[in-house]
Ligand binder design. Structure first.
Ligand code: SAM
Length: 297
């Protein structure tokens, strides 16, 4: 089987099977071999690796992964792609295709089963409509992984790696940066896909920290504070938190905090009472979370 990563090869296989692209599944297939080479390099795939691919499509990236990795598990929701994948991946014995919605797959269990509990690598040209649930599911779930190297919408890549005080910095940046080190590896124009998406793309690599960057009493409490701070990002942090009805403690109970309690915590941290959440680093949010003690109501 020839490589699929050209407009001609992709067009031919699609016509052969009378396949229709489904917009609702975010189907934009890669047709550029150079980009695929770079993705495999960025993911640092070796013969030791077990790789999870999310959404193999017609198998374009899967072919590259199969040639570099020990084993590949590819989870695809669209059953119309199964006969195509059977043909395009027929010569690879190290690939398993699973016909499921990735959001309903117990990835932790799958990784354990396929790689004896050793960390896997995740590589994908993601369906953009579910980028955040996929990434947060991997980060928050019990998945043993070394890195996640994925194509995402350019703006999402920029939000993920944004630093404090920039317009892109927000709850997603902090949630991701709590677990992994994000690096944008390359930008990819719409011309590298069939059909062309209406947005620019970027490949981002997320590498798991061996030790968490910050220590908190409760992750749930920390993330509820972060969400509350950015829900009303134009307000001061004290106002945003005091107005919030969605703060929770480590047990998931609803919490309330007064402006004065936030002022006291900010004072201990050497920050101004009028500071906005958008300038706080992850470490500062962690300190704030540890300083604020919420009574249950
Ligand atoms: N990997 C292929 C490539 O690079 O050419 C296809 C990438 S395409 C952007 C996204 C793929 O994810 C499609 O094949 C789509 O059918 C699949 N997909 C969409 N939603 C999915 C889901 N919930 N679970 C698994 N696969 C999904």
């Amino acid at each position: 089987m020839a490589y699929l990563a050209t407009p001609t090869a992709t067009g031919e296989i699609i016509n052969k099977y009378g396949f229709h692209f489904q917009k609702r599944y975010g189907q934009n297939f890669l047709i550029d071999a150079n980009i695929l080479d770079k993705i495999i390099k960025a993911a640092e795939i070796t013969r030791e690796d077990c790789v999870l691919e999310i959404g193999p499509g017609i198998g374009t990236m899967t072919q590259y992964l199969a040639e570099s990795a020990k084993e590949v598990v590819a989870v695809e929701i669209d059953k119309n792609l199964l006969p195509i994948l059977e043909e395009t991946l027929s010569e690879y014995e190290n690939v398993t295709v699973v016909n499921k919605d990735i959001l309903n797959v117990d990835i932790g269990a799958l990784a354990k089963e396929k790689n004896e509990g050793n960390p896997i690598k995740i590589v994908a040209n993601l369906p953009y409509y579910i980028t955040t649930p996929i990434i947060m599911g991997l980060l928050e779930g019990q998945v043993s992984f070394h890195s996640i190297t994925v194509m995402v919408q350019k703006e999402v890549a920029e939000r993920i790696q944004a630093r404090p005080g920039t317009k892109d910095y927000g709850a997603l940046s902090l949630a991701v940066q709590y677990y992994v080190k994000p690096e944008v590896m390359m930008y990819v124009p719409p011309t590298c896909f069939m059909p062309r998406p209406g947005v620019g793309s970027a490949v981002i690599r997320l590498t798991r920290f061996e030790e968490p960057l910050v220590k908190v009493e409760s992750e749930r409490k920390l993330f509820s504070i972060i969400r509350a701070a950015f829900n009303q990002r134009r307000k001061t942090l004290a106002n945003a938190l005091a107005n919030s009805a969605s703060l929770i403690n480590d047990k998931g109970d609803g919490m309330k905090v007064t402006r004065q309690e936030v002022y006291d915590a900010l004072d201990k941290m050497g920050l101004s009472s009028s500071v906005r959440g958008e300038v706080l680093t992850l470490e500062q949010f962690a300190d704030l979370s540890n300083f604020l003690s919420f009574p249950v109501f």
